[in-house]
Design a protein around this ligand. Structure first.
Ligand SMILES: C[S@@+](CC[C@H](N)C(=O)[O-])C[C@H]1O[C@@H](n2cnc3c(N)ncnc32)[C@H](O)[C@@H]1O
Length: 230
């Protein structure tokens, strides 16, 4: 039997995540907090990002792994032209139903439907932790490709010590589904972002909230006006 190619492996991994989020989508949408009800630090980080991407002349912001689109809508309320992208067709159905005036696309964050330099912002809000670490460089390069020089990335994720968790989650009383998650050290994420050509402009580290075990890191990063990819 032929060994599985890296491409086939990535496809299988995306299929599994898509299927799991399709299963939990409705319960996730019901249970996830509205961004306006998030803790003050999370709201401050989102506001800072919104202010940065509001710079005149910058293009729209892609909310990658947008789920039911609550954060996409929040950015729009803050005056940012934003659209959502998600692997899960069910999540996108829910996002479109809840926010009929906004654009939501089904697709992987590793291949954005945007021309080179088209975007003013990329937001990855709790959506990159299912990617195996080996896939992060390509995904960060894709964010960098799609951003205009001077554009901004905000990536928010839980961090850990190179942990790989395979767990079954349900939201509310809904059907549970299996999820693989990877928790990397914040320094490793920052290093990979820099290697993809980003300049880190700010980094936050929030202690785990009650009931959670891992801290949350936020990375505000800029695609320099003059490209610095090594
Ligand atoms: C924990 S949810 C977060 C949703 C939303 N950002 C929020 O904060 O409510 C993670 C989302 O990322 C999506 N996702 C995971 N891997 C993805 C990928 N490779 N490309 C696009 N979306 C992905 C999932 O389908 C899911 O909707």
């Amino acid at each position: 039997m032929n060994p599985t190619s890296p491409h086939e492996h990535a496809g299988a991994h995306l299929d599994a995540i898509r299927q799991s989020y399709d299963t939990v989508a409705a319960d996730y949408a019901r249970s996830v907090k509205d961004p306006g009800a998030l803790d003050p630090v999370s709201r401050a980080v989102l506001s800072a990002f919104a202010e940065l991407v509001a710079s005149p002349g910058l293009g729209p912001t892609a909310d990658v792994g947008c789920g039911p689109g609550k954060v996409t809508a929040y950015l729009t309320e803050l005056g940012i032209p934003a659209f959502g992208v998600d692997l899960s067709p069910r999540m996108i159905e829910l996002a479109r139903a809840a926010h009929p005036g906004l654009r939501f696309d089904v697709g992987p964050m590793s291949a954005l439907a945007a021309c080179d330099g088209e975007l003013g912002g990329v937001l990855a809000f709790y959506s990159t932790h299912h990617l195996p670490p080996a896939e992060l460089p390509q995904v960060y390069e894709e964010f960098h490709r799609a951003l205009a020089p001077g554009g901004h990335l905000l990536l928010v994720t839980r961090v850990g010590e190179e942990e790989h968790q395979r767990r079954t989650y349900g939201y509310g009383d809904g059907d549970p589904a299996p999820f693989d998650s990877y928790r990397l050290p914040a320094d490793r994420i920052a290093g990979l972002l820099e290697r993809a050509g980003f300049a880190i402009t700010a980094q936050t580290l929030q202690a785990p909230e009650e009931g959670a075990k891992r801290p949350v890191a936020g990375f505000l990063a800029r695609k320099p006006a003059v490209d610095n990819v090594p």
